[in-house]
Design a protein around this ligand. Structure first.
Ligand code: NDP
Ligand code: 1BO
Length: 319
């Protein structure tokens, strides 16, 4: 999937074409743990030139995100130029809950359609599940039934594209066997400290676009101070944050860095008039300490009662 350059406001920003034919802007604003989602979204769109915002019902920020979108539209940005992603949380991961969950998300965001609706995690959680989960809190999910309902949302023009997050190759193949509408996007943790080449390759083989989440290592892994990232940043006269975002894009993925600071929000999208040279890209792609930041353990693993007794169980023993 070739990266194309499009203009948003005064900024040149890249985008990728999805299986559906729609375009996804290469950089979106992440909103997990956003402290002031309204202002972050407004700043990103109106001052930063972002056209893509990533959120989720589970983040508890959708009303603020909706206010930010509304303010940006009021300031003259056309809704049709924006790409808004949200996600179906695990407590709603059953066929009867898909449409009500989407309607609630649309209401919170003050929108009448989403550009992309993703299955957040491929596990069902009981309402009020604890962390870590108690016996009976977690189960697998009805993939066939849930996906049929996701497809109906596309048919009814409530969402333009559908996709998944946190899937394994095994789960992706199962979904591809049953899907009438293929997932356009797979959103996965990816950064130089967790390349996840296996999923990237599986998605490429099936023309599924990948969005890399936690491109800066989230709050858990300090990639910004990784010696290799710092070395490349210094050489290119860029910030480590910019190098990490650029690495994701040069890899052919879109990415969704989050920041609570206006200057970083703008910094993270100022990456379209330069490249990481091949040898530096390869060096960044060879960091040996490969591990997930977000492995799902706290949310889904119950060591004694399962059904997922280890992190390896969650990821189908593929890592
Ligand atoms: P990121 O990798 O985006 O990292 C965010 C952290 O990096 C924050 O501490 C932020 O601090 C800091 N930061 C941001 N920009 C810079 C910069 N230029 N220089 C130095 N530090 C910087 O983490 P997230 O986990 O938030 O991932 C991004 C988004 O991906 C989420 O917000 C969410 O939308 C999505 N996501 C999806 C998941 C899924 O399951 N589908 C899972 C996890 C994330 P500060 O805010 O103080 O600037
Ligand atoms: C628990 C949700 C992780 C961020 O998407």
């Amino acid at each position: 999937m070739a990266q194309m350059t499009v203009t948003a406001g005064n900024e040149k920003v890249g985008s990728f074409r999805l299986l559906s034919g729609h375009m996804i802007p290469a950089i979106g604003l992440g909103t997990w743990k956003a402290q002031n989602p309204r202002d972050n979204v407004y700043t990103a769109i109106v001052e930063g030139g972002y056209r893509h915002v990533d959120t989720a019902a589970q983040y508890g920020v959708q009303e603020g995100v909706g206010e930010g979108l509304k303010a940006a539209i009021h300031a003259g940005v056309e809704r049709k130029t924006l790409f808004v992603t949200s996600k179906l949380w695990c407590t709603d991961l059953s066929p009867d809950r898909v449409r009500p969950a989407l309607m609630s998300t649309l209401q919170e965001l003050q929108l009448d359609y989403l550009d992309l609706f993703l299955i957040h995690w491929p596990f069902h959680l009981k309402e009020g599940a604890s962390m870590p989960p108690k016996a009976g809190d977690v189960s697998g999910f009805d993939m066939h039934g849930v996906w049929r309902e996701m497809e109906k949302l596309v048919a009814d023009k409530l969402v333009r594209d559908i996709g998944v997050c946190n899937f394994t190759v095994k789960k992706l193949n199962k979904l591809l066997d049953i899907a009438k509408i293929k997932p356009s996007v797979c959103q996965m943790e990816m950064h130089p400290g967790w390349r996840n080449d296996k999923m990237l390759d599986a998605c490429k083989d099936n023309n599924i676009h990948v969005t890399a989440y936690s491109p800066l290592g989230s709050d858990e892994r300090d990639l910004v101070h990784d010696p290799m990232v710092e070395k490349v940043a210094k050489k290119l006269n860029k910030t480590p944050g910019q190098v990490l975002v650029k690495w994701a894009i040069q890899r052919g993925t879109s990415t969704i860095p989050k920041s609570n600071h206006a200057h970083r929000i703008k910094e993270n999208i100022s990456i379209f008039d330069w490249e990481i040279p091949k040898q530096d890209f390869e060096a960044l792609s060879s960091i040996p300490d490969q591990r997930r930041v977000l492995n799902g353990e706290d949310m889904f693993v119950n060591k004694t009662d399962g059904p997922f007794k280890s992190v390896a169980d969650l990821w189908d023993h593929e890592d």
